[in-house]
Ligand binder design. Structure first.
Ligand code: TXA
Ligand code: MG
Length: 347
């Protein structure tokens, strides 16, 4: 078993982490969305170690993180004139939202192994904005494949401690960059399809992308478009995800929500519950309130969600009650994650 150390982001520690990556081993790194479990994405053995550490199914491809546009040369296919096969529309979007929480699917070249792309013809690329991960990629000199640094199926980590809780003994280093500022994973945009399509909602929303990609669609949202039903979603979305150990019950935000909650709690007097609240809520004897937000701030809910799912678990409740938000703007990403964590609904 490896001894796992949380490293501060001093220059000496960054050098240590980069050396480990160059040796072909995974290292956990901070990003602005969630912590990532990074390895050299040009090295199939290094990339395969990510799957082992996380217990990740091998048919779920990895995102490759770059720290410059030049690095796209290592990942993206070229046309007969030697030009990268990226549409002008996609390039405009990248220029506008990179560095940041947007992952773009592009046609891959043969340098990207099937281990990274899970045999798909595309490669998912992201240019993160967190200065520590940018520095690590620059010093390494190769793009980093990095899924979220949780054990498969667990909520994504938003602090170095969350990573340690899941991966202690499985990796040598976790570079600490403080709590993640967004708290939910990046938006995944398929820029190879026509129309372009958001496969996983995130902080960069459809309405933010629309001015640059007028035909953009969101997977699963436009029920009238039958062809969408045949599209493969992003492979990762089919797995059980974001789930704490306790079952999560989604609480519908109806006008009579409080009556429903009060009735449910009084019908289960001998059980202990945790409620993830959106807004000020009354106290009940058998329920601990944890606040996603005391107002209705979506960015705050996104930042707190994974952290509070983990905190709720530590209280060992029989059930975690999680309040829903409306699926507008960042609310779509929040509900996408909550929907996957939840196994039942209180309506
Ligand atoms: O914010 C993030 O994206 C974080 C940080 C670490 O950058 N990473 C992350 O990675 O969330 P992961 O592996 O947990 O999620 C990647 C998602 C999965 O749903 C995967 O199926 C999808 O991206 N994906 C990756 N490559 C793909 C491809 N070629 N085609 C379709 N989906 C792809
Ligand atoms: Mg993940």
């Amino acid at each position: 078993m490896t001894k796992t150390r949380i490293l501060s982001s001093s220059d000496a520690n960054i050098t240590l982490a980069v050396e480990r990556l160059k040796e072909g081993y995974p290292v956990a790194i901070p990003t602005e969305t969630v912590y990532g479990l990074a390895a050299n994405c040009m090295n199939p053995l290094a990339s395969s170690r990510i799957f082992q550490v996380k217990n990740r199914p091998t048919d779920n491809p990895l995102i490759c993180h770059v720290s410059s546009y030049e690095m796209l040369d290592m990942l993206v296919a070229k046309d007969e004139n030697g030009k990268l096969r990226i549409t002008n529309e996609a390039l405009t979007v990248m220029k506008h939202f990179w560095p940041g929480p947007l992952t773009v699917l592009l046609p891959k070249n043969d340098q990207v192994s099937d281990i990274v792309s899970a045999g798909l013809p595309t490669v998912a690329v992201r240019f993160p904005s967190h200065p520590i991960v940018q520095k690590i990629i620059e010093l390494a000199g190769f793009p980093l494949a990095a899924p979220s640094a949780n054990l498969s199926g667990r909520p994504s980590p938003t602090t170095a401690q969350h990573v340690l809780d899941d991966l202690d003994g499985r990796i040598a280093y976790i570079v600490d960059g403080g709590p993640s500022s967004f708290g939910l994973e990046s938006t995944v945009l398929d820029a190879t399809s026509n129309p372009p399509i958001i496969l996983r909602p995130g902080a960069i929303t459809a309405s933010m992308l629309k001015p640059y990609m007028p035909s953009i669609q969101v997977y699963g949202m436009d029920k009238r478009d039958l062809s969408m039903e045949e599209r493969p979603s992003t492979p990762g979305m089919k797995y059980k995800h974001y789930a704490p150990t306790a079952p999560v019950k989604l609480v519908k935000a109806y006008i009579h929500m409080e009556e429903n909650v009060a009735r449910f709690l009084s019908e289960h007097k001998n059980d202990k519950f945790v409620r993830l609240c959106i807004g000020e809520r009354p106290d009940y004897a058998n329920c601990a309130n944890l606040y996603l937000t005391k107002t209705s701030n979506l960015a705050e809910i996104a930042r707190n969600l994974f952290n509070l799912l983990r905190e709720a678990d530590l209280l060992s409740p029989s059930v975690i009650l999680a309040e829903e938000v409306s699926e507008e703007e960042e609310g779509l990403a929040i509900m996408n994650r909550l929907g996957k964590a939840a196994t039942s609904v209180l309506s």
